[in-house]
Ligand binder design. Sequence first.
Ligand SMILES: Cc1ncc(COP(=O)(O)O)c(C=O)c1O
Length: 587
Amino acid sequence: MQITFTLTVVAAAALLGLGFAKGRRRLALSRAKHRSLAGHSRIAKWLARQVPGYAYDETRFFGCDGAPPEVQQARREGLRTLAEQFAQRHATTLAMTRQARQALPDLALTGSYRVPFQFSPELRRHLTVGAFLRAADGMWVEDADGQRLIDLTGSYGVNLFGVDFYKSCIAEAGETASRLGPVLGAYHPCVLDNLERLQRISGHPAVSFHMSGTEAVMQAVRLARYHTGRRYLVRFSGAYHGWWEDVQPGPGNPMPPRETYTLADMDERTLHVLRTRDDIACVLVNPVQAMHPNRNAPADSALVATRHGAAFDRAAYKGWLQRLREVCSERGIVFILDEVFVGFRLAPGGAQQYFGVQADLVTYGKTLGGGLPVGVVCGHEWLMQRHREDRPADLCFARGTFNAHPYVMAAMNVFLQRLETPAVQARYVGLDERWNARAEQLNRQLEQVGVPVRVAAMSTIWTVQFLQPSRYHWMLQFYLRAHGLALSWVGTGRLIFGLHFGDAEFGEVCDRFVAAALQMRADGWWWLDPARDAARLERDWRHKLLLEMLRARLPWWPVRAPPRGGQPAAAAPGTPDAPGARGAVNA
Ligand SMILES: Cc1ncc(COP(=O)(O)O)c(C=O)c1O
């Protein structure tokens, strides 16, 4: 009896202790989440589903910031002029874009989310951005009407050395691979040279080839889980790693987060979680987050009442990566550096070289394919193994029909060979200094003319910043286009330059940029009520936006009278902005 009683007490105490320890670990995990929505995938997803589709009518489109009638009129005129210019200069390209829009949901998505969704339908009645190009050379792209624009999209980061570089990589690759042709499964001999060069660059002995950056990351995470026997992946708030389930647990993914912890970047509490949990297989880092830790990649669709914010502190981020590295080593957690975007852009040896940190697994992609689609993982031999001699049936399967495609391997080979030439190596000399000085140069010009715009740089990766609140910053992308600067669909949030931009080319970008900003200011989009405090104004706008959404979501709810400028207008049924449609991107 006495024994039974003692055993029961011991068991209860053990259970209590276990529960307490579990509770503490749970609390530590919650505390390591960034306080923004980017740190709370489930809540962000839920909220994204609640955002109602609604659109501004014409009056509200031009006056939602309370601008006086004459300013609204200037905006109307400005938009009309832009629309006429676009229609005249790009008629064929725009007709092709309209034709493709219905059949290409991708195009419909990017078209709708170039700007905050409330403005999108009215804007589209006036302005469309052409989605077709027929030629490119140097820093230029040419649309189907023969209009030439300076390309600041960087082809999502692929274009590091100029389009002509990649054209010749592909042409040479075609010759190299043509005798074999698209025979898959076996390797083209050039793969041996690729392996050797990638081993040197990554500092790792083992390599695997994939078809995209997304797949490379999938493979790296799968290998980490296989070899550690643990389930959880740690990623940082706001970081992009492709569009696959586990690395995109928030809005945009219909599935709820599962084996992913999204933790705060550059935060002690994250290190505490890594030190104290036993279920973490790997930590995944996208170094571009150094520019905007804990925030999503900036996009104009999110410029609802405020500005993009960014600042790059190389030393601070380097210190953070080194501490992460140490904790991962202590805890047997696989440290994965996802260099799909920044690899080869910051330094010839990639982010590992640039930040002085050695990862367990490194993923590459984009530019490494020499212009063709690719994903690569490099890592320790033991981590890259996909089978066990002692457990022959326990595999980590990863194959793909087109992996190591001869043409891709040959283009990669040209890329890697050229990377080591003195001419290409020379382009990296003083890279950051050059691009920092260029950012300063443009900022000086912008300051001199008194427009509320600046840029922030992480080497050749730039983002536009705004110095004052406005509901219309997103209009800048259209003025830039009118002045011959092509941005990707995320707009002013990300400008990507290549190392081929010389001083003269950059000077041309500056002149056009300044002219665009001046025209936008002249057209009244940056009007600001001089009597209002900027910080309060921003808060008020956010508050108003919330009310607008509530009103659109709960039309029966007796909220106060509609804001100045008219009722929320219904979008055309069936459009992404129609009531009931999801406005996930802006949430
Ligand atoms: C850091 C990072 N990882 C992965 C990916 C996905 O690469 P892909 O678009 O080739 O699938 C991207 C794409 O932008 C990226 O920036």
